[in-house]
Design a protein around this ligand. Structure first.
Ligand SMILES: *[C@@H]1O[C@H](CO)[C@@H](O)[C@H](O)[C@H]1NC(C)=O
Ligand SMILES: *[C@@H]1O[C@H](CO)[C@@H](O)[C@H](O)[C@H]1NC(C)=O
Ligand SMILES: *[C@@H]1O[C@H](CO)[C@@H](O)[C@H](O)[C@H]1NC(C)=O
Ligand SMILES: *[C@@H]1O[C@H](CO)[C@@H](O)[C@H](O)[C@H]1NC(C)=O
Ligand SMILES: *[C@@H]1O[C@H](CO)[C@@H](O)[C@H](O)[C@H]1NC(C)=O
Length: 386
């Protein structure tokens, strides 16, 4: 183990001496230290893998998912000394927890929506229920939302309410809808067109942390999945000012612009392109997070560059911690990248996760369709209650 550390992180012992106890290195529980050097050359006779196969680089590992994969020493600071990850909600009968995870600090509730093509109810859990659950499992409740809410996809908190994007359904337009998170769960549609034209299938949404404008992405998954007409617009990223109604394209040139996030200072935008995932998956298309500078004034995105490419599946939902590390929902769980795009580690759940959300310091909730997992780690999410 020591040799592994020494080869992987020659400066490690010098930087964090408290992790070195005698000759031993402290690897936290439920974690494995992955050696990039061992990985660099594989047996030419294989086996190799394709992008949809999960990947555990360490041979003969005894840990069973979910657990943490450490690719870089910086991940130790994110995990803290005693990280844990476990399932807190499950229902194998349908994909109730796909996307749009939203945490309301006042009530400690987490809202989210179901996945796949039909239904997609919006549900919630109350994290306070964990205290009274002898099994460690809690139940979710489906919200009785009105007819404005067709097929939802992304969501974020906006002035204490839920802000959802819908993908549209048949001729019904995609929309941005503000929803009261408390009974009677009434809603207000804020936007459902671009100068009269319908969007394709709105996918995800975030509030800019400084200007408080609404930014959202548009993809063609509704058409690809057969529940939306032929697209009328390029797949783009938009900015919307709910006070003036002003709507503007801020970035284009994507295959499927999906997850969106901003840095803490609002000067950098991140967009995940899930182009590789379509009617048939095509690994030659992007599974890539791009970074941009957000221009002052117009808030257009400029200076596009590759931030990170996911090694498994495609990066979908994005969120940041208070240190600017970027968390992406990927084909094998939550992947965590440094502010410069280095893969630091993974919450490896051995299954696909489209999205995740921090629920206060040290709690990361991971949406895994038929399950929600809670990772107790050291990191804290940036404030999304805007
Ligand atoms: C990847 O490999 C697995 C195992 O061989 C196979 O089941 C799966 O269909 C492959 N996926 C793609 C996209 O080729
Ligand atoms: C893993 O297990 C196999 C089968 O027991 C063994 O041949 C191989 O040497 C082991 N690999 C390592 C790295 O321990
Ligand atoms: C799972 O969800 C279905 C559909 O809402 C519900 O009928 C069933 O009771 C749930 N099962 C559990 C164990 O919660
Ligand atoms: C969840 O719902 C089931 C079925 O209604 C019930 O038996 C169980 O006690 C509930 N669990 C919690 C933690 O409320
Ligand atoms: C819900 O209804 C209340 C009472 O009419 C109103 O003040 C509030 O703005 C509504 N919320 C939304 C999101 O439409």
């Amino acid at each position: 183990m020591r040799d592994k550390w020494a080869s992987l992180f020659p400066l490690f012992a010098a930087i964090i001496p408290q992790f070195v106890i005698g000759q031993e290195i402290h690897v936290p529980p439920n974690s494995v230290l992955e050696s990039l050097r061992d990985l660099a050359v594989l047996d030419p006779n294989g086996p190799f893998r394709n992008s949809s196969q999960r990947f555990e680089p360490t041979a003969n590992i005894t840990l069973k998912p979910p657990y943490f994969q450490i690719f870089d020493e910086k991940f130790l600071e994110i995990l803290g000394p005693t990280p844990s990850v476990r399932v807190i909600v499950e229902n194998d009968t349908f994909a109730f927890a796909h996307e749009a995870p939203m945490w309301l600090p006042g009530t400690d509730e987490v809202f989210f929506n179901g996945g796949k093509t039909v239904g997609r109810p919006v549900s919630k859990i109350d994290l306070g229920d964990l205290k009274n659950s002898p099994t460690g499992l809690i139940n979710f409740t489906i919200l009785p939302l009105g007819p404005d809410i067709q097929i939802t996809n992304g969501g974020t908190i906006f002035k204490g309410d839920l802000l959802l994007v819908t993908t549209g359904l048949g001729q019904l337009p995609p929309s941005i809808v503000r929803v009261n998170p408390r009974p009677p769960f009434n809603d207000t549609v804020l936007l459902n067109n671009f100068y009269g034209r319908q969007f394709n299938s709105l996918n995800d949404i975030k509030i800019h942390p400084v200007t408080r404008a609404i930014f959202f992405t548009d993809v063609t998954y509704g058409f690809i999945n057969g529940f939306r007409p032929k697209p009328l617009l390029p797949n783009q990223v938009y900015r919307f000012d709910p006070d003036t109604g002003e709507i503007q394209v801020v970035a284009d040139g994507f295959v499927q612009p999906n997850g969106i996030a901003f840095s803490l200072d609002g000067q950098t935008a991140y967009i995940a392109d899930t182009g590789a995932s379509g009617a048939v998956s095509d690994p030659t298309l992007p599974g890539t997070i791009y970074a941009f500078d957000v221009m002052r004034g117009s808030q257009s995105f400029t200076n596009r560059r590759v931030f990170a490419y996911a090694d498994t599946g495609v990066p979908d939902g994005l969120t940041l911690d208070t240190h600017g590390n970027v968390y992406a929902g990927c084909g094998d769980g939550t992947q965590v990248f440094s502010p410069t795009g280095r893969l630091l580690g993974k919450v490896f759940i051995g299954a696909s996760s489209a999205n995740m959300v921090f629920a206060g310091p040290g709690r990361l909730l991971i949406m895994a369709d038929t399950k929600i997992l809670l990772a107790n780690i050291a990191a804290e999410g940036m404030d999304l209650n805007l």
